[in-house]
Write a protein that binds this ligand. Structure first.
Ligand code: S3P
Length: 208
């Protein structure tokens, strides 16, 4: 899909160009638990001066309970249905930056909705980084297994072929968050604004 937007002479920055080209759409972050979707999403939203929305938090508000409680009381299928409904609703309220839960993009209907209403970014992290990050918190029901590393590895094998359908892939790694945010901005500019990617890289780089 080609999305060429003529550069607005009045715009003053790559961020402004991205915003103009995005229109009512959202920027949706997908990827494994621990990939940094919320951390990067919050900073990306600040750079674009857009609201930041976290799907997991919205699910907890809608359900009136935490995600571990939803899994325990109602089970994963119920959680997945609620997750799909909440994300469908959030996709109607763009523009915004939306961080999604790691399993949500696996549902075909959710991928289709994201494709229609958003530009998606897969934050791709390797297993070591994910394990290091998820070990800090015990609030991921899917990882309450006897061998969380094996579970992460199995989930990555199942999910990565699907995550790669996102519009943009950015490697999430142990570098300052602002560097990942900058790479997201450059990729968004390249995809949404057509030519001028290198200009955007230069301008964004110079702005640091
Ligand atoms: C899940 C990821 C979690 C949360 C739930 C299930 C998953 O979100 O939605 O625990 O299936 O990978 P994060 O990706 O934000 O940790």
């Amino acid at each position: 899909m080609s999305e060429t937007t003529s550069s607005d002479p009045a715009s003053t920055s790559p961020e402004a160009d991205i915003l103009a080209a995005l229109g009512p759409r959202l920027v949706v972050l997908v990827g494994m638990m621990g990939a940094g979707k919320s951390t990067i999403g919050r900073r990306l939203a600040a750079r674009l001066k857009l609201p930041f929305v976290d799907a997991d938090s919205e699910i907890e508000v809608a359900a009136g309970m935490t995600i571990p409680e939803i899994f325990e009381i109602h089970g994963e299928p119920h959680f997945r249905d609620g997750e799909a409904r909440v994300i469908a609703r959030l996709l109607e309220s763009g523009p915004a930056v939306l961080a999604t839960g790691g399993g949500s993009f696996m549902r075909e209907e959710t991928r289709r909705r994201i494709g229609a209403k958003a530009v998606s970014i897969w934050l791709k992290a390797d297993a070591d980084i994910i394990m290091r990050r998820v070990r800090r918190r015990a609030d991921r029901p899917l990882l309450q297994t006897s061998d969380p590393a094996a579970t992460v590895s199995r989930l990555m094998t199942e999910r990565e072929p699907v995550y790669q359908h996102a519009d943009i892939t950015i490697a999430s790694r142990d570098v300052p968050h602002e560097k990942i945010v900058e790479e997201c901005l450059i990729a968004l500019h390249g995809r949404l604004c057509g030519e001028g990617t290198n200009d955007a890289a230069g301008i964004l780089g110079a702005a640091r």
